[in-house]
Design a binder for this molecule. Structure first.
Ligand code: SF4
Length: 406
């Protein structure tokens, strides 16, 4: 993929002096949004109180406008996506998080664990059209560093150009423990075997009381951050996530974003933040507050405003669907998840997002949102303007010919 515009790993396609490119605040904006604009344009970060005021602000549209202005100051109308496939290597898990529809006990009828051969067979089906494999899975009771080293080496041997984005922080912790290794040594070994980046899943809400309730036994807040810190120190870029709409308050969300912003200020290793709402069904987490469309767009927009040092904010279409993703691209998101092809975690939780998308389908989401589709590599260091010739814009309502009744 050729470089078609200047970039550095740190800026990831962003304008270096984006704060200076920010348009002035609008007279019609409410005070909370004007204050946020003032902070951002004068190179100051949003405070906890200011973040909470944004969550309480009735004028969602103004929050979205500020977020979109920040996004365009950084990236103009460009919106990024890549060509990837998700492979979830196993659903057999030693934990039982309350929100999880994916995990199975070892003896469940539909429990599965892909052998390396199975995994490669799956990947082979898509290898000609993707440049990234995104793999997260459950905490298999037996798979230690041997399995994953072998897996990553085999993928690289067969498909040297495919980037491996794999393992959440809790998987890293689990594999390290099973292998009697510290996290640094484990990540070092996995990097040598071919691991390219971490997808950042499993952050849920970075508050230990909330975690104790919804995902007891998972890594603590400090452990999540430490695992990502170590990855960044080893020059393994990572994404970071937030699962919202369970039992958390606005304060929990704001503090979550602050944890990520603080770590980023030290390491600069986060590439992209991926916020997604809890998808409900009748059996899991009946006490979840659930997130409305307003809350989803609001959270994405506020993430863009608070996370002023993390370049990319993703509209995670596997979770929020294509229609809301289109809107999210006007509320601060600049990145949309790839072609995906297969995915289990969100789909078992109730997502019905189309899995058989093509790059042209992704480009259409971008064009419909008024953006310019740009294909990127996994580490946001190479970009290619996507040829929109075959991409038709949104389906416009039909023009009706009215019969004039005499
Ligand atoms: S969220 Fe992950 S760790 Fe928790 S039960 Fe599901 S698969 Fe296991």
């Amino acid at each position: 993929m050729p470089d078609t515009f200047e970039s550095t790993t740190i800026l990831s396609g962003s304008h270096e002096h984006w704060r200076n490119r920010l348009p002035p605040a609008k007279e019609s904006w409410p005070q909370s949004v004007k204050i946020a604009h003032q902070q951002i344009s004068t190179n100051q970060s949003i405070t906890v109180e200011q973040g909470l005021n944004l969550f309480d602000e009735p004028n969602l549209h103004a929050i979205g406008e500020l977020a979109h202005n920040i996004k365009t100051a950084r990236f103009d109308q460009n919106v990024f996506f890549n060509s990837n496939v998700h492979i979830n290597q196993t659903n057999i898990c030693t934990l039982a998080c309350r929100f999880c529809a994916f995990r199975r006990g070892r003896r469940a009828e539909d429990a599965y664990a892909l052998t390396i051969e199975n995994y490669l067979e799956e990947l082979d089906k898509y290898a000609q059209s993707v440049d990234e494999v995104h793999s997260v899975g459950a905490l298999h009771p037996d798979w230690d560093v041997e399995y994953y080293t072998e897996l990553f080496k085999s993928v690289k041997q067969q498909h040297p150009k495919i980037h491996i984005k794999a393992l959440t922080a809790v998987e890293v912790k689990h594999i390290a423990k099973l292998s009697k290794l510290d996290v640094r040594s484990l990540l070092n070994q996995l990097k040598k075997a071919g691991l390219g980046s971490l997808p950042g899943g499993g952050a849920e809400i970075l508050d230990d009381e909330v975690r104790e309730n919804i995902c007891k036994g998972k890594e603590t807040t400090a452990e999540y951050l430490e695992i990502h810190r170590i990855a960044h120190e080893l020059e393994i870029p990572t994404n970071c996530t937030m699962l919202f709409g369970t039992i958390e308050s606005s304060l929990h969300r704001v503090k979550h974003l602050f944890h990520l912003r603080d770590l980023q200020a030290n390491t600069n290793g986060f590439q992209c933040f991926v916020p997604y709402p809890f998808l409900p069904d009748d059996s899991r987490l009946p006490d979840a507050q659930l997130a409305t469309g307003n809350e989803i767009l609001r959270t994405i927009a506020i993430s863009r405003i608070i996370l002023d040092n993390i370049p990319h904010i993703k509209a995670y279409r596997m979770n929020i669907g294509d229609s809301l993703s289109e809107l999210a691209l006007q509320y601060g998101a600049d990145d949309v998840d790839g072609i995906v092809q297969q995915e289990q975690i969100m789909h078992l939780a109730g997502s019905n997002t189309n899995l058989q998308s093509s790059l042209a389908d992704l480009a259409k989401i971008v064009v419909n949102a008024g953006g310019i589709p740009v294909r990127r590599n996994s580490t946001y260091t190479k970009f290619e303007l996507f040829d929109t010739n075959p991409v038709t814009s949104r389906n416009l309502p039909r023009v009706r010919t009215l019969k004039v009744i005499q």
